[in-house]
Design a protein around this ligand. Structure first.
Ligand SMILES: C[S@@+](CC[C@H](N)C(=O)[O-])C[C@H]1O[C@@H](n2cnc3c(N)ncnc32)[C@H](O)[C@@H]1O
Length: 282
């Protein structure tokens, strides 16, 4: 439900910085070294989110369980392969999950089947084209995870989220990027890393929501990911490829740069942080 907003004479000019960041992010990565890269990265992602029995999603679910009960009906925007959807579905009555990627939906459906989750309604749709009238005040919780860079207009997104909620909204967003990808970026582009692919979009949302007068509960957790060498090459290339075309030569340079950082068993283990913000809409 759309709550009243504060009328502020002075507002923080966050828009310019966000637009500049988006300008770089919206250029899709140029990855020429592997014709199957999109299928493989979707499958890598699906594998990664299951690590630690859905550690990222389990920890998010634990936080949500502090204010949600088992009768809750939830709307999730951009569920991907089910990072949060799978563990959360075991703690609520039902989830409606809206995603526009058929590749990710295929992984989501497979993961839901694997975990016997039968209370998730998967909808293949662009969230920005959903009907606000039809969604108004329908869900106990409306949330998105790792989604804030997916949309051009953050205020419109937050407004749509609040519209569909009758009780709570939440934003879950990874915070900070591992050092290795930043080092590879500097080596390959010759430029010092200056936050070009930080995932942290939460602070823009925080400022907007506080300006609207919302009172936010903010917390965080950490989770661990393990990747094989080829998975780490693909993941690193997906960031570097926004700035430099990654052909076979560049992919080889990436491989050579990251290889010395592998653990004794040949894998790459990284612990990252996640910010969770939730607020009452009514
Ligand atoms: C980075 S993934 C995050 C997946 C998952 N929520 C997580 O936390 O790991 C973003 C997801 O949002 C979906 N997406 C991006 N734009 C969207 C839109 N306008 N409407 C619906 N889904 C969208 C993508 O297809 C992708 O599955």
């Amino acid at each position: 439900m759309i709550g009243e907003r504060r009328n502020l004479k002075y507002r923080i000019n966050w828009n310019e910085a966000r637009e500049a960041i988006l300008g770089e992010r919206f250029k899709g990565p140029k990855l020429r070294f592997d014709p199957d890269i999109k299928t493989k990265t979707a499958s890598d992602f699906s594998k990664r989110v299951k690590e630690g029995e859905y550690e990222y999603g389990r920890k998010t679910t634990e936080i949500f369980s502090g204010f949600l009960d088992r009768s809750a009906e939830v709307l999730e925007i951009g569920p991907g392969p089910g990072t949060v959807t799978v563990p959360l579905s075991k703690r609520v009555k039902m989830i409606t999950a809206v995603d526009l990627s058929l590749k990710n939906i295929a992984h989501l459906e497979e993961n839901l089947r694997e975990e016997s989750c039968d209370n998730v309604d998967v909808i293949h749709k662009n969230w920005l084209r959903t009907d606000d009238e039809a969604l108004r005040g329908r869900y106990d919780l409306v949330f998105c995870s790792h989604f804030l860079w997916m949309i051009p207009d953050l205020e419109e997104h937050l407004e749509k989220m609040e519209n569909a909620s009758k009780k709570y909204c939440a934003v879950v967003q990874p915070a900070g990027r591992g050092d290795l990808v930043k080092e590879v970026y500097s080596q390959i582009t010759g430029r010092e890393y200056a936050g070009e692919f930080e995932p942290d979009g939460d602070y823009f949302a925080y400022v907007i929501l506080r300006e609207w007068g919302r009172l936010l509960n903010v917390t965080h957790f950490s989770f661990t990911n393990t990747m094989t060498l080829e998975e780490k090459v693909r993941s690193t290339a997906s960031f570097i490829g926004r700035f430099v075309e990654v052909d076979e030569d560049v992919a080889k340079r990436i491989r050579d740069l990251i290889l010395p950082h592998a653990d004794a068993d040949g894998t790459f283990v990284e612990t990252n942080n996640v910010v969770v913000m939730w607020w009452e809409t009514a």
